[in-house]
Design a protein around this ligand. Structure first.
Ligand SMILES: Nc1nc2c(ncn2[C@@H]2O[C@H](COP(=O)(O)OP(=O)(O)O)[C@@H](O)[C@H]2O)c(=O)[nH]1
Ligand SMILES: [Mg+2]
Length: 373
């Protein structure tokens, strides 16, 4: 069909095929190497029976000639054109991301689970890229592929899981530090049972929490119930002696006072210097899962002087938003060791697992994706 465009006579022809590449090959055979690719699109419904794709080529009238049967230039030309089409198709196929009212569902799910907004955005964007990279361009099919909900979901799981570590290990000499009421003493007793008595390992309990008589008595009572040695250490020198005096095979667990911010500055320095200076003492920072991320960060900052190597979270029974735990572990690059979800000794203590945290953060996602699909 001759068409006059800007004083130039063009011969324009559509080719219908099951893929763009096939349509282009047909056009080349028919119109020769000088033909220009003008457009590609999914075939309109009335032409669908001819092929899923319509590839439109134009050639200047009079230059229409048969293509060479062989020749590197023609192949290279075709390759470049296919590359252009691929780019075009990539743009057309920009994956649609499940969203509701313009809000990214993954981001929303993370924020609802207590992840701070900045981190939620970062994860959502990375998961989006991960899902897109995994979704091949399927040029030969009727619909260009988009990330399906399963791909989105598994990309989100991987992205979260790659951002934090777990290390459910209890070193021979371990101490728990953290704010008052975080659950240090209770958790020490849980650990003493699960990692000591339950596996036939001797345990020595030490406490540096000598400021409050009740705290010393609490630990002494637990030690008596468990039938294990206990010593209250008023100075770091006494603590060093008590640690050295414990048998080599004994699990030594050191309880510490619940320092408020002010108390930490006023009287925590000595103990922090001692504990962080001893390579053989492993320090877990105990935090509560129900604390808001911003407060959590502030509290954890103030305990940095102890140089904790792990984070241990309690009170998982009081929240189902584990985002605050995740953010702290991800931001500080400190592994999660154990998690406590109740007051029962020793039942309510478990090893931290990636699965526990990761799945909790995207729990609502599949339902939300289905709702807008
Ligand atoms: N709900 C709940 N309570 C806990 C948990 N861990 C400890 N507690 C309670 O929190 C309170 C303070 O615990 P404690 O071990 O004395 O805290 P510490 O000041 O850090 O030594 C006690 O009543 C514990 O029974 C937990 O995981 N969940
Ligand atoms: Mg205590």
């Amino acid at each position: 069909m001759p068409v006059n465009i800007a004083n130039q006579k063009l011969f324009v022809k559509s080719y219908f095929a099951s893929s763009v590449g096939e349509g282009m090959a047909q056009a080349r055979t028919d119109l020769g190497p000088d033909a220009l690719l003008l457009n590609t699109r999914e075939s309109p419904p009335e032409a669908r029976h001819l092929g899923d794709y319509e590839v439109v080529f134009g050639v200047a009238s009079g230059v229409r000639k048969p293509p060479p049967t062989t020749g590197g230039d023609a192949v290279e030309d075709l390759r470049q054109r296919i590359e252009k089409v691929r780019e075009l198709v990539t743009r057309m196929a920009k994956p649609s991301w499940p969203s509701a009212n313009g809000t990214d569902l993954l981001e929303e799910s993370l924020v609802n689970a207590g992840v701070d907004l900045e981190m939620a955005r970062e994860i959502s964007e990375s998961a989006r890229q991960r899902a897109s990279a995994r979704t091949p361009l399927q040029m030969g099919r009727r619909r260009l592929a988009e990330p399906d909900p399963d791909t989105v979901f598994s990309a989100a799981l991987e992205e979260i899981s790659n951002r934090f570590e777990v290390a459910p290990k209890l070193e021979r000499i371990s101490t728990l530090v953290g704010p008052p009421g975080a659950g240090k003493t209770t958790t020490i007793v849980k650990l003493a049972v699960a990692h000591g008595l339950a596996v036939g390992r001797p345990v020595h309990l030490l406490s540096t929490d000598h400021y409050r008589i009740a705290a010393v008595e609490q630990m002494r009572t637990y030690a008596a119930i468990l039938g294990v040695p206990f010593q209250s250490c008023e100075t770091t020198v006494a603590l060093a002696h008590a640690i050295n005096a414990a048998p080599d095979n004994a699990l030594v667990l050191v309880d510490t006072p619940g320092y408020s911010r002010a108390a930490l500055e006023e009287s925590g320095g000595d103990l922090a210097a001692f504990l962080s200076g001893r390579q053989d003492i492993d320090t877990h920072l105990v935090l509560t899962a129900s604390t808001r991320p911003r407060d959590q960060r502030r509290i954890a900052d103030s305990f940095q002087i102890f140089r904790p190597s792990k984070l241990l979270f309690t009170r998982l029974d009081e929240t189902d938003a584990y985002g605050s735990m995740f953010c702290e572990a991800a931001r500080r690059k400190l592994p999660l060791s154990f998690v406590a979800a109740g007051q029962l000794i020793p039942e309510d203590l478990a090893a931290a697992t990636k699965q526990l945290i990761t799945e909790s953060l995207v729990r609502e996602l599949p339902k939300a994706i289905r709702a807008v699909a």
